[in-house]
Design a protein around this ligand. Structure first.
Ligand SMILES: [Zn+2]
Length: 275
């Protein structure tokens, strides 16, 4: 059984504010250790449950956050950015399950450091009409390759969201959201135990499912009109309102690649204080 861990950072144990997840800061150096601890706890649990190959795909920001020198030796790590499937690079490699570790709530929602791809500027994303977090988008992509979502870790809002898009996944709440920048946090020693136990239990659900390949529609709302106009330059993407765009794609893979382009173009159009 080969399992992939998509490792984001905003939902990692103890993380509650910007500097915790921004490289070059003191807090980042502290929290990348705790984040690596979450990953190692998951690797240990997956291995206990029978996983024989574990790939950790760095999914946060520049995708150079985890400490390879501290990684459990039963895993290998894909680090660095510019990957066609981004947070989900490796999902098409025949894995038998995926873990969403350190995930967070979507743009426009309650939850610690809630956002979807861009830290700000995107105020909502909808997949086929349903409000979509990164987790929901990535679960739809996993479904296209017949890969079950085994475990989701993050704050309580993240896990409530996961209960809807991946009802069979184990959930590990490592913190209770109090605001976008505050949470009641579980100590790492406890969080790690819970992640390990959940990962071991979740291995019962590992194995390939029937791939679900279908067309999808994505809508994106920005906080300023020029960002929607910038995004609408992308082929297939159309303005649907003053601050909204939408596009159709023949598959979820194509949808996620288009979404990546839209966020990159919009990101490049953000100006200083006015956004
Ligand atoms: Zn994220």
């Amino acid at each position: 059984m080969r399992i992939m861990i998509s490792a984001d950072m905003e939902g990692a144990t103890g993380v509650t504010w910007t500097d915790d997840v921004v490289p070059g800061t003191g807090p980042f150096e502290r929290f990348r250790k705790l984040f690596t601890g979450d990953v190692n706890a998951c690797v240990a649990g997956l291995a206990d449950g029978g996983a024989t190959g574990i790939l950790v795909n760095e999914a946060h920001s520049a995708q150079r956050n985890l400490l390879l020198e501290e990684l459990d030796t039963r895993a290998r790590m894909l680090t660095g950015k510019h990957k066609p499937l981004a947070m989900m690079q490796g999902i098409d490699s025949g894995v038998d399950g995926v873990v969403f570790l350190g995930y967070h709530a979507g743009a426009g929602c309650d939850g610690v450091l809630a956002h979807t791809y861009l830290e700000n500027s995107i105020t909502g994303v909808w997949l086929d009409g349903t409000p979509a977090s990164e987790g929901r988008l990535n679960a739809a992509l996993a479904a296209e390759y017949g890969v079950p979502v085994l475990v989701v870790t993050g704050d309580d809002e993240t896990c409530a969201d996961a209960a809807d898009y991946a009802p069979r996944a184990e959930q590990v709440v490592v913190k209770e959201s109090v605001s976008r920048y505050a949470a009641i946090c579980t100590p790492p020693a406890v969080a790690y135990q819970e992640i390990t136990a959940a990962a071991t239990r979740a291995m019962d659900g590992a194995g390939s499912l029937s791939p679900v390949v279908s067309a999808h529609h994505i809508d994106i709302e920005f906080d300023a009109s020029h960002l929607a106009q910038a995004a609408a330059v992308v082929p297939t993407v159309e303005l649907t309102g003053v601050r909204t765009v939408g596009f159709d794609a023949p598959t979820m893979t194509a949808a996620m690649k288009a979404f990546k382009v839209v966020t990159a173009i919009a990101s490049g159009a953000i100006e200083g204080k006015y956004g």
